[in-house]
Design a protein around this ligand. Structure first.
Ligand code: PLP
Length: 363
């Protein structure tokens, strides 16, 4: 399959430079060459988060980030506010429940955003909240929640703001320190343009204060151990060298393009996708005011089945798009446009969608 025909919301296509980087030979992960390399990489990743805080990179996936965020900052019985705007918000809440936290869910209808007012009102109802679990970009609905507005609200209350940035970081604007975000977790397989396999966590000073008090047992996901190792350019366990090489190549690409240009490209492609899917006859699933620039979710025209669109896109055009997740599995298609994505391949995807939808509608 042509890599650029993978138009699901992660894993995403890999740039040639990332593919090449993964062919590098192994080096000793406790040697000086590795330490210099890893220090440089952490600095590049830190800059993407716009934080003076720490960056931790561990083998894992986005879900590991949920667990790490919880066990390093909270204790059994603490109250957390889980802001749920879709399937990933549900899962983040479930992780908190499994760990025995008191989880207050704030449910927003899927397709809508969790605004600052929603979060403020919930914090007023639950002043005992120790942490807010918030999904910046809800991959299941194509909604980019307004993190920039929510950050100051949570900071004013005093709770920690633990953010799932899995399908946002390196694709959507992020000012971690400027917005008052305490922790952001993401996975390498999304806008980072890397294969699945790394969890990337940025943590500010309030995380480390909470870490001292947090009483959950932790070993592999102990961010304090990872932080101490990182200060020396080390990792707590054997470093996933190949994936780190990939991430370095991806960070070099982001640096060469410039973060603002990366965000502008995502915005342009998000706009283009939304405009074209509507012209083809789809309805945006997300509230247009909060539609994501990394993934578009859309409801097909009357009489056109999601299952058929996805199958025909693959069979007739070799392009893989996604259906929905959970309760909206059969209601929406999703087109991923994060990371290594440019106009030509999105134009190709949309032309194919037009052809497939027309032929299905004509039946
Ligand atoms: C917003 C969001 N959070 C968390 C996850 C879970 O990440 P993983 O499957 O890498 O564990 C995903 C995966 O798609 C996601 O999109």
């Amino acid at each position: 399959m042509d890599a650029t025909n993978l138009r699901i919301p992660g894993p995403t296509p890999l740039p040639p430079a990332v593919l090449r980087a993964m062919q590098r030979a192994m080096i000793p992960h406790r040697g000086s060459e590795f330490r210099a390399f890893f220090r440089g990489l952490l600095e590049q990743v830190r800059q993407v988060h716009r934080t003076e805080g720490d960056v931790i990179i561990l083998p894992g996936s986005g879900s590991a980030g949920w667990e790490a965020a919880i066990v390093n900052t909270l204790s059994p019985g603490d109250t957390v506010l889980a802001v749920v705007t879709g399937d990933f918000g549900v899962r983040f809440a479930r992780v908190a429940e499994r760990f025995g936290l008191r989880v207050e869910r704030v449910e927003v209808p899927w397709g809508r955003a969790a605004t600052a007012d929603v979060v403020r009102a919930a914090l007023e109802r639950h002043p005992e909240t120790r942490a807010v679990l918030y999904t910046y970009n809800e991959t299941s609905t194509g909604v980019a929640n307004p993190l920039a507005e929510v950050g100051p609200v949570v900071r004013a209350h005093g709770a920690l703001l633990l953010v799932d940035g899995v399908s946002a970081v390196a694709g959507l604007p992020l000012e971690m320190d400027g917005w008052g975000v305490d922790l952001v977790l993401s996975g390498s397989q999304k806008a980072w343009m890397c294969p699945p396999g790394l969890v990337i966590i940025a943590a500010g000073p309030r995380v480390w204060e909470s870490y001292e008090r947090a009483s959950f047992p932790r070993f592999f996901w102990d961010l304090g151990d990872a932080r101490r190792a990182a200060a020396e350019g080390n990792t707590p366990t054997t470093a996933p060298l190949t994936l780190l090489y990939a991430l370095k190549a991806a960070c070099d690409l982001i640096e060469a393009e410039g973060l603002e240009a990366v965000y502008a490209r995502h915005r342009r492609i998000g706009d283009l996708t939304r405009r074209r899917v509507q012209e083809i006859g789809y309805r945006l699933f997300a509230d247009p005011a909060y539609a994501s620039d990394t993934v578009t979710a859309a409801v097909p025209p009357e009489g056109v089945a999601v299952r058929d669109v996805v199958a025909r896109m693959r069979q007739e055009h070799g392009i893989t798009i996604a259906d929905g997740q959970g309760p909206i599995k059969d209601r929406i298609i999703r087109i991923g446009h994060m990371g290594w994505v440019h106009e030509p391949e999105i134009e190709r995807t949309l032309a194919a969608l037009d052809a497939v939808t027309n032929s299905l509608a004509a039946k």
